[in-house]
Design a binder for this molecule. Sequence first.
Ligand code: ADP
Ligand code: MG
Length: 342
Amino acid sequence: MFALIKSYFSNDIGIDLGTANSLVYVRDRGIVLREPSVVAVQTGTKNVLAVGTEAKRMLGRTPVNIQAIRPMKDGVIADFDITEQMLRYFITKVHNRKLTQPRVVVAVPSGITEVERRAVKDSVTHAGAREVYLIPQPMAAAIGAGLPVAEPAGNMVVDIGGGTCEIAIISLAGIVLSRSLRVGGDEFDETITSYMKRAHNMLIGERTAEEIKMRIGSAFTLADELTMEVKGRDLQGGLPRTVLVKSEEIRESLKEPLASIINAIRATLEQCPPELSGDLVDRGIVMSGGGALLRNIDQLVSKETKLPVTLASDPLVSVAEGTGKVLQSIEFLKRVATSDRN
Ligand code: ADP
Ligand code: MG
């Protein structure tokens, strides 16, 4: 009976505070919210005009008096107040008023500082949480992807988000080694933007660059190469124009950011304790995050590390699923939440 009451009143939530997208998982319900980590404010003030999907639509299209901000852009909290308002908005949006004071697990970038961790905890507490736990995003990604993180064996995860790439080797529910670099999907977009300027004399916006990446971007040779008509502004004449772009040229332009990711994966492998390295030979690497959806990135990583590479079943939700899984067991939650002090 007690268990029944408890589960009825349980509205514990898990939050993936991503640099590009934030997701909220409600215990026993699954993922209930999925919105871009974007906040629109009145320029020069902290007056929030819109959050999430509505705010993202404004990116690159705002008049001077509106500013669309991505408070987590580089995997650090650029603005505490804005982040707090965004968290509040997400929590309030899913909060069922019949239920009170949830336990909240927030998956945060592993590179954030102690001050930033404090700020996230305080924000979530202000938003009404009873207890707040922080877990590193790569740990949540590994759990969400179904890796047996609690076993005494090496598990490796590479999560490529918007602003960061997080690499971690996990054993016994703890992070043995991790690395976070500020290279991710945003950097791919920026590289494509400069390539379009350089090679096609064309200015394109942030959204168009992302669309090119998603529609024809790749990390490794494609069986069928693709093309796309890209619209933008001519650099010389200044007028709107269309050019036909090939997947081969986009792949070539993405070489540099991809090389940074490969180098970081290699450096992490080189520091790995030998027993765990041995485990990785068979278990390989699991990739998650939206960046893992870049075509054939698994093939590139596999070729460069000579390890088997698999993608999480739904890379965009691994971290949120992981926060959901740890909510099921408070003992497990306490183990993984404290293991992020490494
Ligand atoms: P974060 O965890 O930092 O919020 P996400 O895991 O949500 O990031 O991934 C967002 C990134 O993934 C963005 O840069 C987006 O452009 C990229 N992305 C999403 N889908 C694809 C795709 N199909 N191909 C390539 N990149 C993608
Ligand atoms: Mg993420």
